[in-house]
Design a protein around this ligand. Sequence first.
Ligand code: ASP
Length: 582
Amino acid sequence: MYRSHTCGELRKEHINKEVTLSGWVQKVRDKGFMVWVDVRDRYGITQLIFDEERTPNGVLETAQRLGREFVIQVDGTVIERESKNANIPTGTIEVLVKNITVLNESKTPPFTIENETDGGDDLRMKYRYLDIRRNPVKNSLIFRHKVGIEVRNYLSNEGFIEVETPYLIKSTPEGARDFVVPSRMNEGQFYALPQSPQTFKQLLMVGGMDKYFQIVKCFRDEDLRADRQPEFTQIDCEMAFVEQEDILNVFEGLTRHLLKEIKGIDITNFPRITYDEAMRKYGNDKPDIRFGMEFGELNEVAQHKDFKVFNDAELVVGIAVPGAASYTRKEIDKLIDWVKRPQVGALGMVYVKCNEDGSFKSSVDKFYNEDDLKKWAEATNAKAGDLICVLSGVANKTRAQLSALRMEMAERLGLRKADEFAPLWVLDFPLLEWDEETACYHAMHHPFTSPKPEDVKLLDTEPGNVRANAYDLVLNGNEIGGGSIRIHDKDLQALMFKHLGFTEEEAKAQFGFLMDAFQYGAPPHGGLAFGFDRLVAILGGQETIRDFIAFPKNNSGRDVMIDAPAKIDEEQLKELHIKLNL
Ligand code: ASP
């Protein structure tokens, strides 16, 4: 028997008990005649004591030769500790060791296995198995497990069935490139790894499964952005015989359940806004509504004077930053530099200080008088002491820039509080999105999303204005999930493919299986998927998903521990009928 107890288990009531522990050496303190060793496992740390008087011959000497991260097993007696450690649950006792076995030695680890480590990101990724021994990473993985269990409990209680769908499939367009897998037995042919189980879950609805879910890996070969993983996990769901309202209710319930079970927080309010409103009020389709600073559109009150910059702009729009009227000239200049950074891309910024005495001071006093500025303050909901920041230009770009500024100011002012949770449904997304690069429309969500019935007639004439029965759940400025009511009619699906630029043959070759299935009694259906990694990170109060993934890839999509991707040998290439053209 390797252990009678874990290293996190022993307390006062175990005093005088004979125990066996196994674990890793965290620390050795050697006073010559007395040695203390901290032994650690997943459950905690226990102090072992060896001394000349009470420890049998040879055992003390073995303790003196231990190095960090050696794996040991000890037998001994639990005794009361003289100097107690209130910081750890086992801090009132120690184990007086009678017998020690070194189960395995260890090289000195490349970084310290402590809560605060001296290891940089790269080093920790390379030795992830050592990183996992550290509390922050270990606890994140345990936390992820807990969230997963709660998701399964909730959905299972609601009648959802977890069904596994295949990983070796044909491309499912979700807007990214596919990872492909060559088929040895089918020369020149490839599987694609699923960007999501989208078509399969729809086929499960045709199959009558009615309520499906799966905690599932998805694969997207995207240009990597910070904190994106090429493989990630979704809570994927689909339901039949439902309307949008039914789906929103179930997943509000899931979110409420998780916030309650995991965070102990009761959230009842899940406000809803349309995509258009989100863009107008926050310049963003995933607004953080934990704080105000809603956009005030100023065209009407700013385009009647000789200020050409504003007069030429499609949109003049501002936000009131609370309490920032006290900013010095230098601080404001810095802010202007910030919005001019290429990442934000504004050409400049106009500001108005709303002084405590009710007067205004602006960077455009030459053009606008107090009465004008008062109207700006009204439109942006500015109070005395606020700083109104105004941007102008092409509408959608300007909104995005002001949204970046809004988030930055909220961050600086400490308004994005980690312990506050504000969910929000964003509804009525556009069905199609114009893509500058390819000069054609793409499905904003995916090609299986149903247009709003009343907008179908606009498909030919104003495709950009067709709204979809599509929705996102946003939490604290992060999109945590999204989905839609699907098309379940073969002809409408064919029409959709046509609008997305597929010829009939192409649509048939790629999605014939789905359109065929729609001829055999496809029920009305819809669903959504939550990004599991992100959800776990947000519930865990952190922004980076990497900490919650056991073996993540780095920002260039590499696994630096196993060194993948990697070359494969000639023989393997030949079997796969692949000739490299490098
Ligand atoms: N398949 C979609 C996605 O991965 C989610 C859905 O529409 O259910 O975003």
